[in-house]
Design a protein around this ligand. Structure first.
Ligand code: HEC
Ligand code: HEC
Length: 210
């Protein structure tokens, strides 16, 4: 990972941070009717993503405490069909096609403000291996620490998604579709393309546990 590239990504992220602030303002400035409409839309999302964005089934990602700029970016990517892995197409293209830009901002602000999911216990040896990969990367193979973008505790920052407390099967599937470029995420593709299945299983076990 070249430093100037990381700086480019980070400066883009800072720009989007202002969009997150704007999203909070959007909810603050909503009329009662607009808030009721937003609530109705969110009730639809609850069917799969759970109450307050804490989902029960691992196919459906938790949205609680996810960063607002990331949620916004993903909803736009489903809407313009640029996130095109099979489950994105099957579950989210239709849902997102119905959402206006202001509804997307309102949804993002809502989920970002929910309490984060709590980690689940797992295999201690696997978790310890995953923690090392998350914090240190694999210097010998030029894989940077995941923490450098996703935050020390995996809580995410701006466009870098929260990974802490996310369902391991969902994270595993995302890394695989990013590796195979079914999900178009160029920055992440470069980072995970050489991870082995064992390394992926370890890092997702760690992330689900925190
Ligand atoms: C029928 C089930 C279903 C419904 C209803 C649904 N989703 Fe999803 N959603 C999914 C699945 C499955 C995925 C994972 C897609 C993938 O694997 O690429 C997903 C992914 C997402 C993501 C990306 C999360 C991430 O970590 O990248 C966001 C954001 C999202 N949904 C928001 C919403 C919102 C907002 C609504 C309501 C307007 C909604 N979803 C309704 C099933 C659903
Ligand atoms: C240079 C910054 C950077 C580094 C380092 C990085 N990521 Fe990411 N990661 C991203 C970005 C940006 C996205 C969002 C991709 C998109 O927009 O679709 C992402 C998305 C993800 C997702 C999908 C999350 C979701 O909710 O769908 C997973 C899983 C993930 N990263 C895991 C990792 C792991 C594991 C590592 C370390 C081996 C890592 N990342 C290192 C920038 C990074």
């Amino acid at each position: 990972m070249k430093l100037h590239f990381v700086l480019l990504v980070l400066s883009a992220a800072v720009g989007l941070g202002q969009a997150a602030y704007a999203a909070d303002e959007t909810i603050e400035g909503m009329t009662a009717a607009q808030k009721a409409a937003l609530r109705k839309t969110i009730d639809t999302c609850t069917t799969c993503h759970g109450t307050n964005g804490n989902s029960v089934a691992p196919t459906f990602p938790n949205l609680a405490a996810q960063t607002a700029p990331y949620i916004e970016a993903q909803l736009h990517a489903f809407k313009d069909q640029s996130r095109g892995d099979p489950d994105a197409q099957a579950y989210m293209w239709g849902m997102a096609s119905q959402l206006s830009d202001s509804t997307i901002s309102g949804i993002a602000a809502y989920y970002a403000a929910q309490a984060a999911p709590t980690g689940k216990a797992g295999d201690p040896a696997l978790i310890a291996q995953g923690k090392r990969l998350f914090e240190e990367g694999v210097p010998a193979r030029q894989i940077p620490p995941c923490a450098s973008c996703h935050g020390k505790s995996g809580a995410g920052q701006v466009v870098f998604p929260r990974l802490a407390g996310q369902h391991a099967p969902y994270l595993l599937k995302q890394i695989l579709v990013i590796q195979s470029a079914l999900r178009n995420a160029p920055v992440m593709h470069g980072i995970v393309k050489d991870l082995t299945k064992d390394q992926i299983q370890a890092v997702v076990a760690y992330l689900e546990s925190i």
